[in-house]
Design a protein around this ligand. Structure first.
Ligand code: C2E
Ligand code: MG
Ligand code: MG
Length: 572
């Protein structure tokens, strides 16, 4: 050891003190500074005021003893290695001493310069190794932040303390937006440096006493104690988000990544580690959903909703197998003749407890879980079978429109499922129309176009649903083999009152004609709307004016009544 070694020697016996001192001086010469204390009180004070390389505690110190002193020093978080100096050869105290945290012990009567030097070197180096190991086990090597292990321990500790002191604690979870893109486009070394810079900024935005951890990838956490009111957490959250969002210079690249952040509180939102984590995670999820670069507090109402979603999702698979879904069919008529030309198949979930659930509630869940593929396949087959029945029941020219979600469209089996459904039912491919939305068309255009081409070559008809709500791009429409446009019902709703809606509706009809596409107006509810559409040359209409969607079994009856009513109207 080249530097001066600092030793705290606690010894109540003057003779023993002088003996130990002389041995130490023999071992270290002038490279040793010895502070001597002869009672527990002043020893404890010294351990708090100074940094030592090693503590030498006599086993007996007045009324107290070196083992208890070791325990006290350790409980204060002091990790300086302790060597006990004992008056006997007996090792009775050894277990106690080790448990208290002492590293070694030496019998005073064997004390010699080489022995004490070797012992001290050994305990100091072992302590360093132990600390290095602990650092590895508890800290993230890339950023130097606490890792998940230490984070979990600190969170448990923080909650326990807050429980005891009736305090509070905020858990902030943070996720970089689009970090993967940085890694993919600029490479991992740049990604790593970005994470290091972000870590520094998070740490600079919170108090030193707060724990900042990297939980993995681009996920970070802050445990903030003593925050007091919820509002104070939003100050911290805002600061973190603002700091992280500032442009970062990494290897000559200016990178602007945002962070999303979710916050949950002990004890208001959750009372234990697991729940608190889950709720902060949910809040983070909501922040990402809200458009990224923002923070959200945990919200129990949203939580209830998301649990509801999770429940529906878990029931959906069984329901598909048990055929708890039904299709309703809504007539589409020709404007000029008022004749029924086709129907749109609209799915409902016939839930054993909840009754009929509308598609807007469960289609998004089916999409996010992937179950839409299985459900969609059933819908296609069922719809085709049903048209076949309509045909056999006296409606020879009927066709059916089936809604296809974007998720289905990007699935490689879609073409197969369509072809099978047509084949099995024995209908003409032209009796099936697939409704896709503008956003599906715009997505990964090449692959979508390829699928559209194959479907079109098969003879299936293709239409754009809810037209006008998305890009409404003419140039795009020209690239795809489409047959129809369906004007979204939001335009029809006020087509008579709102000049803009009327202008848009007229423009869509004109544009469709120029592209040789047929037009259907959705959501027609009144005679006036119908008259407007008819006068502007809209070929087909669909809506409550004609009929609400109905079970397939009712359609033939409905049709008879409809025809009779039309004839009556024609005569009068
Ligand atoms: P969409 O394809 O635009 O279907 C038309 C929706 O408008 C239907 O709602 C229909 O009941 C409703 N509607 C029809 N006429 C009127 C009217 O005059 N006034 C009003 N206010 N509404 C009218 P529904 O059945 O609740 O379906 C909602 C959406 O769910 C559909 O919109 C479609 O995007 C989706 N969907 C329905 N069935 C399926 C399906 O089998 N597969 C997929 N992927 N999506 C489906
Ligand atoms: Mg539709
Ligand atoms: Mg629609």
């Amino acid at each position: 050891m080249n530097e001066t070694i600092k030793i705290l020697l606690v010894e109540d016996d003057d003779g023993d003190y002088f003996l130990t001192k002389s041995v130490l001086e023999e071992a270290y010469g002038d490279k040793c500074r010895i502070d001597w204390k002869n009672n527990i009180g002043s020893a404890l004070q010294a351990t708090q005021n100074e940094n030592y390389d090693v503590f030498l505690f006599s086993l007996n110190i007045g009324a107290g003893n070196g083992i208890n002193l070791t325990r006290q020093v350790h409980s204060q978080g002091n990790e300086t290695p302790v060597v006990l100096l004992t008056g006997t050869d007996s090792a009775d105290f050894e277990i106690d001493a080790r448990q208290a945290g002492a590293s070694e012990y030496v019998a005073k009567k064997h004390l010699s310069a080489p022995l004490i030097e070797r012992t001290i070197r050994y305990v100091v180096e072992s302590k360093k190794d132990e600390q290095a190991l602990r650092h590895l086990a508890h800290y993230d090597p890339l950023t130097g932040l606490a890792n998940r292990t230490l984070f979990n321990a600190r969170l448990a500790e923080g909650i326990a303390t807050a429980k005891r002191l009736r305090g509070s604690l905020a858990l902030l979870l943070l996720d970089l937006d689009h970090f993967k893109k940085v890694n993919d486009t600029l490479g991992h070394p740049v990604g790593d440096k970005l994470l290091q810079e972000v870590s520094r900024r998070i740490q600079d935005s919170v108090r030193e006493t707060d724990t900042v951890a990297r939980l993995g990838g681009d996920e970070f956490a802050v445990i903030a104690t003593h925050l007091g009111k919820r509002n104070n957490a939003s100050v911290v959250a805002n600061k973190v988000i603002r700091e992280v969002a500032r442009v970062k210079q990494v290897d000559g690249h200016s990178i602007s990544t945002n962070a999303s952040l979710g916050i949950a509180f002990f004890p208001e939102d959750a009372y234990d580690v697991d729940d608190l984590l889950k709720r902060a995670d949910l809040a983070l999820y909501q922040a990402k959903d809200a458009g990224r670069g923002v923070f959200r507090f945990y919200d129990s109402e949203l939580d209830k909703k998301s649990r509801e979603v999770a429940r529906l999702q878990s029931q959906m698979f069984k329901s598909i197998q048990k055929k708890h879904f039904v299709l309703h069919y809504q007539p589409i008529i020709e404007t000029e003749t008022s004749e029924l030309v086709s129907v749109e198949a609209l799915v409902r979930w016939d839930h054993p407890q909840l009754g009929l659930i509308p598609p807007q509630t469960f289609i998004p869940i089916a999409e996010s879980s992937g179950l839409i593929i299985m459900l969609g396949e059933w819908i296609l087959k069922q719809a085709c079978r049903q048209v076949r029945e309509f045909q056999d029941g006296g409606l020879p020219h009927m066709s059916v429109s089936v809604n296809i979600s974007a998720v289905q469209f990007s699935h490689e089996k879609l073409f197969e499922h369509v072809a099978e459904a047509v084949d099995e039912s024995g209908i003409q491919p032209s009796q099936l129309e697939l409704e896709i939305t503008e956003s599906t068309l715009m997505s990964t255009a090449t692959q979508v176009n390829e699928t559209l081409q194959r479907l079109s070559e098969l003879g299936v008809r293709l239409s754009v649903d809810d037209f006008g709500t998305g890009y409404s791009s003419l140039a795009y429409l020209k690239r795809f083999p489409l047959d129809r446009l369906k004007i979204d019902r939001s335009f029809i709703h006020e087509v008579l009152k709102n000049q803009d809606d009327a202008a848009i509706t007229r423009a869509i009809i004109t544009m469709a004609k120029a592209l040789r596409l047929e037009v259907v107006a959705e959501g027609v509810e009144t005679d006036q709307q119908f008259a407007f559409l008819r006068s502007h040359g809209c070929e087909n209409v669909q809506g409550f004016l004609v009929s609400r969607p109905m079970p397939g079994a009712k359609l033939l009856d409905w049709h008879q009544r409809y025809v009779a009513a039309q004839e009556d109207a024609g005569r009068s």
